[in-house]
Design a protein around this ligand. Structure first.
Ligand code: BGC
Length: 748
C-alpha cells in the first residue's frame, strides 16, 4: 500500500491540532460551533438541501459555454442558502463538459456563495465512479468490478489519486464514490459498480481507493472527499431488479453488507449515501436503526449522510409509508438523513422549515445535521478555497495517468480458457473480428461515462481504441471486421461466416450494451439469442474462435465457451480496455486478472464461493462455470509450503501464514495469491471458506517468493447467535491453492 506515513509529520499534526475521543479536530469543532451559532433556521435548513444543477441552469445548458440562469442561481444560493449542488448540466441531457467550463461554472458558484451573509461554501458533488465522468477527456478507469479483478490494492489507490486530482482540476469538490455494496446478485444492473461478491476484497479495494483519493489530508489541493454508497443492503434485490426490495436478516447484514461500510468509515470517508431501495420492508431513507443506531452508535460515523436521488419524497410517492411529502421529510430527517438530494426543487427546504416551526422536528436534530455538514466542509478545506487550486496542466489526463489506467485495464481482464495454449495469437495471423461489442467504446466503459448511461458513443474520445482498432494497430496480418449497425446484434451472420472461412482465427466479441440503474434491468442472464446464433454459426466453420466478452454482468456463455479455443472476460475495462485486451490477445501482456465473482454456469445458478456447507452437500451445488478467484496466465504459478507460525493460539491473538509462490512458466507474470479461512465448527453455520488475505506478486520465470500474511483475530470472528461479533474456540483451517493447514484457537 502506498500511503506513506512520515512520523515527524504525524507528530507535528498531533502537536498542532487537538483531537477528541471521536477523532474530531477540536479547532474545526470550534469553528463549526461558532458558525452554527450565527445561523438562522433558514440558513441551516438550506445547508441540508442539495439540488441538481439543472435547477439553476438554462435549458440545454450542456450546449452553451455559460449554462447558469443567474437569477435562479442566486435564488438557490442566496435566498434558499442551499448547501450543495450535483450533476452535470442539464438534466436529462447532462453530459461531459470541457474542463475549462467546469472550472468557470464552479467558480461562479463559489463567487455567489461569497455573496451570502455567512459565506458558507457550496459543496459540488459528482459521480466520478471510474474517474471524472463528466469532464471531457478525463482518465476513465476500469469499473469497480474490474478493479476487483486486478486484486491489486496499489492500482485502486492510484485510481483514487487520479480520480481525485482530475475532479479537483475540474473545480469539483466531492465524489459520490466508492460503491461499497457487495455484489452478490448478478442480475442487478449495478453489479459492475461493486467490487464483487467478497466482503474482504471489496473492503480492501474500497479502502485503498479512499486512501488514494483523500490522502492524509482531505483539504490538500488535489484531494477530495469520498462518499460510501449505498448504505446499506441496496445491492441484494431478491428479484434482481434495481431499486426493489432486499430481504436481509440482521446476521446477514452484519456478516456481508455492513463490514465494507465499516472499513470505509475507518479509512476516513466523511460522507455516506443512503440505500435507494428497502431492506426487510423498511426503505433505506426511513431506517432509523441503520442510519442512526448502527451508523452513529456502533460505527461511530461523524460525517454526514446524503439521500439518494429524490428518495425522501419517494417515501410518500413510491413507498407509501408516509401519508404526505411533509411526513416523508420528517421521517427521513428523524431517521438520520442529513442532506437531501431533492434534487429538482426546494420542497425539502420548505417542508423542513414548516416541520421545525410546528415542533415536529426539533432544532437539535437540524443542528446535528448541519454540524456534520459544516464539519466536512471545514475538513475538506472548502472555506479556504476561492478558486480551483490546481492547474489543469500536469494534473489532468496526463500520460502517466493513462499508463496507470492501461495497467489497471490489463490486470483486470480475466483469461478463463486457453485450450492447448491457443493464446497468445501471432501478430501475423489473419483475423476476422466480429460481434456486437468489437467496435464500440461504450461497451467497455459502462454507465457513468460521459453521460449517466454511458451509451452515447458519439461523445467518446476519438483517440481511444475499440477492440477492433486496437487489433488493427497491433497486427501486420489481414484484419477484417464484420459488424452490425449498432450494438443491437444486427450482425450479418452469413457475411461473418463467409469471412471466417477466409481467415485463420475469429475474434468474437459478445456481451452487453452499457447501462446503469433501472434502465439495465433484465429478466435473464442468458445472452440475447442472436449472439448465440452468431457464435454457433462461426463454430460450425471449424475455424478457431477466441471468445471475448464485455459487459457489467456474467451473462451465460456455458454452451459457447466450451467450443471456443480461448475465452477472455473483459467486463468493463474502461477507456484503455481495447488496447489492454489486444495486449493480452497478442501476448504483449501476460494476463493476471482473477474473478471477483462466481461466474454462473446457468441463469439460476447463483451460489457464491463462500457458501454454507449444506450448499455443497451435493457436490454439484457449487458448480459455477468459473469460480471466484479463477483466472489463467500464460505462465504457471504454484503455491507450496503453506505453514503457520503457531498451531495453537488464544482467542484474540493473530496468526502468521506463510507460503511460497513460484512462477514455473517460461515468462514473467503476475499472480494474486489468495488466503482462505474456514472455522471448522461454530455455533452459527460458517462458509466453507472465506477470503481473509491476498497479495499480488510479479515474478520472473522460475522465480520464487515467500509471502507472509497476518491473520488478525477479526478474520476468525463471526456474528454469533446473539448478533454480536465473536470468536469461538476450536479448529480453523487455512487454505491456499491446493494446500491447507489447521490451527486451534483456545479460550484465554
Ligand atoms: C444513484 C447514485 C448517484 C446519484 C447521483 C442516483 O440515481 O443511485 O448512485 O450517486 O444518482 O447522481
Amino acid at each position: 500500500m502506498k500511503s506513506k506515513i512520515y512520523l515527524p509529520f504525524l507528530f507535528s499534526i498531533f502537536l498542532a491540532s487537538k483531537v477528541d475521543a471521536q477523532g474530531l479536530d477540536q479547532a474545526i469543532e470550534e469553528k463549526v460551533q461558532t458558525l452554527l451559532d450565527q445561523m438562522t433556521l433558514e440558513e441551516k435548513v438550506g445547508q441540508m438541501t442539495q439540488i441538481d444543477v439543472g435547477v439553476v441552469t438554462v435549458m440545454d445548458g450542456q450546449d452553451v459555454p455559460q449554462p447558469f440562469d443567474m437569477e435562479r442561481l442566486s435564488d438557490a444560493i442566496i435566498n434558499h442558502h442551499i448547501g450543495s449542488i450535483l450533476n452535470a448540466p442539464s438534466t436529462p441531457n447532462n453530459q461531459a463538459q470541457p474542463i475549462e467550463k467546469w472550472r468557470s461554472m464552479t467558480q461562479t458558484i463559489r463567487t455567489m456563495a461569497q455573496q451570502t451573509r455567512l459565506k458558507i461554501p457550496v459543496i459540488y458533488g459528482i459521480d466520478a465512479i471510474h474517474g471524472a465522468t463528466y469532464t471531457q477527456n478525463s482518465t476513465l478507469f476500469p469499473q469497480a468490478i474490474n478493479m476487483a479483478a486486478t486484486f491489486n490494492r496499489d492500482l485502486s489507490f492510484k485510481e483514487g489519486e487520479i480520480a481525485s486530482r482530475e475532479v479537483k482540476a475540474s473545480g469539483i469538490d466531492w465524489n459520490f464514490s466508492p460503491v461499497m455494496d457487495i455484489g452478490r446478485q448478478p442480475l442487478w444492473p449495478r453489479l459492475w459498480e461493486t467490487y464483487g461478491e467478497d466482503v474482504y476484497l471489496a473492503s480492501s479495494l474500497g479502502r485503498a481507493f479512499i486512501e488514494g483519493h483523500q490522502g492524509d489530508n482531505m483539504s490538500a489541493a488535489d484531494k477530495a472527499p469520498t462518499c460510501l454508497k449505498h448504505y446499506v443492503g441496496y445491492s441484494f434485490p431478491l428479484n434482481g431488479k434495481d431499486r426493489t426490495p432486499a430481504w436481509i436478516g440482521e446476521r446477514m447484514l452484519r456478516e456481508y453488507f455492513l463490514p465494507s461500510f465499516e472499513e470505509g468509515i475507518k479509512a476516513g470517508a466523511p460522507t455516506i449515501m443512503v440505500n435507494s431501495a428497502e431492506v426487510d420492508g423498511i426503505p433505506g431513507h426511513a431506517n432509523y436503526q441503520y442510519l442512526t443506531t448502527i451508523l452513529r452508535g456502533e460505527l461511530g460515523f461523524t460525517g454526514f449522510t446524503v439521500s439518494d436521488w429524490e428518495d425522501i419524497i419517494r417515501l410518500y410517492s413510491r413507498d407509501k409509508i408516509a401519508a404526505s411529502p411533509r411526513e416523508a421529510v420528517k421521517m427521513a430527517v428523524l431517521a438520520g438523513v442529513d442532506m437531501s438530494m431533492v434534487p429538482f426543487n426546494f420542497s425539502f427546504y420548505d417542508l423542513l422549515l414548516e416541520l421545525v416551526h410546528s415542533g415536529d422536528v426539533p432544532v437539535s436534530r437540524i443542528d446535528e445535521a448541519v454540524t456534520r455538514i459544516l464539519r466536512v466542509k471545514y475538513q475538506t478545506g472548502l472555506f479556504e478555497r476561492n478558486e480551483p487550486e490546481i492547474l489543469v496542466s500536469g494534473n489532468f489526463a496526463t500520460k502517466e495517468a493513462e499508463a496507470i489506467n492501461r495497467q489497471a485495464a490489463q490486470e483486470s481482464i480475466v483469461l478463463v480458457r486457453n485450450e492447448k495454449q491457443f493464446l497468445p495469437l501471432s501478430k501475423k495471423t489473419s483475423i476476422l473480428v466480429t460481434g456486437p461489442t468489437a467496435n464500440l467504446l461504450s461497451v467497455m466503459n459502462g454507465g457513468w461515462t460521459l453521460t449517466w448511461q454511458g451509451d452515447n458513443e458519439s461523445l467518446y474520445p476519438k483517440d481511444k481504441l475499440t477492440l477492433l482498432k486496437a487489433i488493427e494497430q497491433k497486427t501486420s496480418g489481414k484484419v477484417t471486421y464484420v459488424g452490425g449497425k449498432n450494438y443491437q446484434d444486427e450482425i450479418n451472420i452469413e457475411q461473418a461466416v463467409n469471412e471466417a472461412r477466409q481467415h485463420d482465427v475469429v475474434v468474437l466479441a459478445l456481451g452487453e450494451k452499457t447501462y446503469t440503474e433501472t434502465i439495465g434491468n433484465i429478466d435473464t442472464l442468458n445472452l440475447p439469442f442472436v449472439q448465440i446464433q452468431l457464435a454457433k454459426a462461426l463454430f460450425a466453420t471449424g475455424k478457431p474462435v477466441v471468445l471475448v466478452t464485455f459487459g457489467g454482468r456474467p451473462r451465460i456463455i456455458t454452451e459457447i465457451a466450451k467450443q471456443a479455443n480461448a475465452v477472455v472476460l473483459g467486463f468493463l475495462p474502461g477507456m484503455e480496455g481495447g488496447v489492454a485486451m489486444a495486449d493480452i490477445l497478442f501476448g504483449d501482456v501476460n494476463p493476471s486478472g482473477k474473478l471477483p465473482i462466481s461466474y454462473p454456469r446457468n441463469t439460476n445458478d447463483i451460489v457464491h464461493y463462500d457458501h454454507k456447507p449444506m450448499e455443497t452437500f451435493d457436490p454439484n451445488q457449487y458448480n459455477p462455470l468459473y469460480p471466484f478467484g479463477y483466472g489463467l496466465s500464460y505462465s504457471q504459478f504454484e503455491t507450496s509450503g503453506l505453514r503457520l507460525d503457531k498451531t495453537q493460539i488464544n482467542i484474540g491473538d493473530n496468526i502468521e501464514v506463510s507460503v511460497e509462490v513460484k512462477n514455473s512458466g517460461k515468462i514473467t507474470g503476475k499472480e494474486a495469491v489468495l488466503v482462505y479461512l474456514n472455522d471448522v465448527v461454530a455455533s452459527v453455520t460458517r462458509p466453507t471458506k472465506q477470503l481473509k488475505a491476498f497479495a499480488k506478486v510479479d515474478l520472473k520465470s522460475n522465480e520464487t517468493q515467500t509471502l507472509h500474511f497476518d491473520l488478525s483475530s477479526e478474520a476468525m470472528s463471526f456474528i454469533g447467535v446473539d448478533m454480536k461479533r465473536r470468536i469461538e474456540a476450536g479448529e480453523f483451517k487455512v487454505m491456499v491453492g491446493s494446500e491447507s493447514v489447521n490451527f486451534n484457537v483456545n479460550e484465554k
